[in-house]
Structure formats: C-alpha cells, structure tokens
Design a protein around this ligand. Structure first.
Ligand code: NAD
Length: 380
C-alpha cells in the first residue's frame, strides 16, 4: 500500500495532507509513504522530520505520486496535474465540488476515486474525520486575532491611572463551529460579546460561552434547522426582520465577525453597505464567508478594505491556512482517521468498503465516472 503526499500547488495553500506524526501511524497500518520534498515546510515540517518518521522524501510531486494507491491532498488536484496520478488511486482532499462539473469530469477521466472530505456526514463515528469542524474552529479563532490586530484599541476593559479603556464590543454572526470559537476567543480577550444565528439550537450554545444571543425568535426561527443540523435558507420576510434587528444592534459594535454559510449555496448577505457605514470609524469587520460570496457587502476576497468612513473589512482567504501548523496537524489527523476505515488492519492492505455510508457520502468519482448523486453532470 503506497501512500503519496504531494506538495500543494494552489497559490496561498500552506497546508499539507500528512504530518510526521500521521506518517508514523500510516506506516503502522502497513503503508509505505512518499512525501514530496518541501511539502510540509510551510506548515513547519521539514523533509528530515518526515524521513525520521519513516517516509521516503521524493524529489518531485511526480515521484511522490508514482504508483501511489492513496494520495493525501489538501485541495482538489488540477486537471493538468492528474496525469501523474495512478488510475484507481484513492485521492482524499477538500474537493470543493459544488458547481465544478468540469473539474469533476477531469477527476473521473483520470480514473481516480476522489473523496470530498467536506461531505463527511456529521455523525458521531465520523467526528474525528470532520475537516469542516477542524478547520472552521481554527478560522473562528484566527478571525478574532486578525480583528484585534487591525483594531486600534484594546479588547479588555482596562482601568489604569491614566483612565479607563472600555471593553470592545464584538458581534458574531453565525454561531456554528467557527462562530462559537470566535465567541470563546473574543471572550478570552475580554470583549463583551453578542451573537446571532438562525438555528434555535445555537441560542443555548452562545449563552453557555457567556455571550448574549440576538435574533428574531419567531415561528420560522424555531424550525430553521435541517435534520442534518444545518441552517435552512430563510424567507425574505424573516431576512427583512432579522436585518432590521441587526441594523439596530450593529451600529453599537466595534468588531463584527461573520461566519454564516448554507451548504452548497452562496453565503447569505447579512451586512449591507448601510450597516457597514453605520459603524464607528476604526471598527473592524471580518468576513469568514468571503470565499463563498461573502456575508458583508463590500468585502473583497484576499483584501483588507478600508471604507471612506474608516471601517476595515477583512476578507482574508484560506483563514485556517493562516495557522498552517495547527491546521495541517488537525487536517492530517482527519485524513488518517478516514484512511484507517479504508484499510484491512489485519491483512495490512487497502480494502475500501464501497457500501460504507462514509464512503458513499464522500466519494465523487470512481472507475471513470462521477458517482456522487448530488454532482451528476447536467444534461445539455
Ligand atoms: P456552517 O459553516 O454551515 O454555517 C455557519 C453558521 O452560520 C451556522 O451555525 C448556520 O446556522 C449559520 N447561518 C446560516 N445562515 C444564517 C443567517 N442568515 N443568519 C445567521 N446565521 C446563519 O455551519 P457549521 O459550523 O459547519 O455547523 C453546522 C451545524 O453542524 C451546527 O449545528 C453544528 O453544531 C453542527 N455540527 C455537528 C457536528 C457533529 O455532530 N459531528 C460537528 C460539527 C458541527
């Protein structure tokens, strides 16, 4: 069982699919592991670290992928890279499959079995493989750190001989995994924190972290969670009521962190340009949904925008990648846990169970075809 770890080729992607720690465990499963030279460097792992863990360091991605039955990736391989992949290889990564029919067709054509880790069901058994949670948790933390670095004031209340500095007011919109970590981090820094979400279950979680919940709690709100625990798209009427409440609340805030997502859809627009303008100069917004269309009007992917009113809108890309060492460590463990389910541990051979619900939920392509029911090619 050969496992290949190539370097990521996407610009701005410092993460890596395996760490020296997970390499050791993969070898324990009976694998031989080849890591492309430099693949872990941006996450703080050297070639020597991987070699000491028992991996072979390959001179190039081509060499790392040569004959690999399993490839551990962060991002979906580009079509022009797929020539280096062995037909039939299991390729694990964050595949970003929504609306990517051409890219999925290329994966199918290469004959690889591509697994989209972000489609892992959020069931107890698969918690350890949940890349959305491991990465969103870090993004939520980093959003607060980034906001505090751009904010020209302190977060905690400080009573000094020279006078009192008031505590910063932080408003977190979307209290899922990222939002809850943002709340916890802002609280640790001493901010006064409020938060909103459309899922009623979030109310208690927000309160348990010592933040105040702000939302229109009508009939629609009470039913706004899908059986999978995700947010439903809300009606135009609800969104208008929520926007009015938020408009009143937001103008008193110093920091606004938005994390709202709906799986497979563009991010909901939560903060209008008028709301941004209502903030005091020096206030900071962080839009963690910027890569999915953005929650904040005026947010620009990869930029820190300063409005004429002196408000900063942070739109960093790949926020988990801004904590590359932590993000890679957790991500690599997510992948390792999934690989463990694909291996016959007694015989020490690869033996995927194609009927396993985790495989069925994540498998995009196999044997030359796109097999996932949610991503079937559209008839022309
Ligand atoms: P997500 O990244 O899809 O969305 C982030 C948050 O935005 C969610 O809380 C969502 O409700 C919220 N949101 C969407 N539209 C909104 C709007 N218009 N206004 C305000 N907020 C809005 O969500 P996530 O962080 O991946 O978590 C989704 C759910 O899955 C949560 O219930 C979470 O607790 C649950 N979860 C379960 C497990 C598990 O059991 N293994 C693991 C992780 C998360």
């Amino acid at each position: 069982m050969k496992i290949g770890i190539p370097s990521e080729t996407e610009p701005g992607e410092p993460r890596v699919g395996a760490t020296p720690d997970t390499v050791r465990k993969l070898i324990g499963l009976g694998a031989t592991v080849r890591v492309a030279s430099g693949a872990g460097l941006a996450s703080g792992f050297t070639d020597e670290d991987y070699a000491q863990a028992g991996a072979t360091v390959a001179g190039s991605n081509q060499e790392a992928l040569d004959g690999a039955a399993v490839v551990l990736k962060v991002r979906r391989p580009r079509a022009d890279e797929l020539g280096a992949y062995r037909s039939g290889a299991l390729v694990l990564g964050i595949m970003d499959p929504h609306g990517q029919h051409e890219a999925l067709a290329a994966l199918a054509q290469a004959g690889v079995s591509a697994f989209a880790m972000e489609l892992m069901p959020r069931i107890t058994r698969a918690q350890v493989m949940d890349v959305l949670s491991s990465q969103a948790n870090l993004a939520g933390y980093r959003a607060v750190i980034d906001a505090s670095a751009e904010f020209g004031r302190a977060f905690p209340m400080m009573m000094t001989a020279a006078g009192t500095v008031p505590a910063a007011k932080v408003f977190v919109m979307g209290a899922g995994v990222a939002g809850l970590q943002a709340i916890a981090t802002a609280r640790r820094l001493g901010a006064v924190v409020t938060a909103t979400d459309v899922r009623p279950a979030a109310k208690e979680q927000v309160a348990s972290l010592g933040a105040k919940f702000v939302a229109v709690e009508d009939e629609e709100f009470r039913e706004a969670e899908t059986s999978a625990g995700y947010a439903k798209p809300m009606s135009a009427e609800y969104q208008a009521k929520q926007a009015a409440l938020v408009a009143e609340h937001i103008k008193k805030q110093d920091i606004v962190i938005t994390t709202a997502l709906i799986p497979g859809r563009p991010a909901p627009r939560l903060v209008s340009a008028a709301m941004v303008d209502s903030l005091k100069p020096g206030s900071v917004l962080v839009d963690l949904a910027v890569e999915r269309g953005g929650n904040v009007e005026g947010a620009r992917p990869g930029e820190v925008v300063v409005t004429p009113g002196g408000v900063k809108i942070i739109g960093h890309l790949n926020v988990p990648g801004r904590l590359a060492a932590s993000a890679s460590s957790l991500y690599a463990r997510n992948l390792l846990a999934f690989v463990e389910t694909l291996v016959d541990k007694k015989e020490k051979v690869l033996a995927p169970n194609w009927e396993d619900e985790l495989v069925k939920a994540t498998l995009l392509t196999k044997d030359g075809a796109v097999v996932h029911p949610a991503f079937q090619p559209q008839p022309a």
